[in-house]
Write a protein that binds this ligand. Sequence first.
Ligand SMILES: [Zn+2]
Length: 86
Amino acid sequence: MPVDKKSALHRLLLTDSRKLRALRIFDPFTQWWSITEVRFCVVCERPFMGRDIRFFGEDEFPTQFECPTPGCQGGFAEWKHPRLHL
Ligand SMILES: [Zn+2]
């Protein structure tokens, strides 16, 4: 029976330092210096801090990242430095 990989993912509650490390590893578009840095999501048009991102994964290893706005499908490709949108 095939296993649905995505259904095995669950929300992870990580410490700020682990969140920052994961963002540094997985975000291919922007550099994260601090977990309190602000990004602007162009999908829901809202700013948020790095620590507000929803982290999903198996065990305690994050593999999927979602915008903090409920229902928003924004991801790294949609998260920009806010100064680019002033
Ligand atoms: Zn969003």
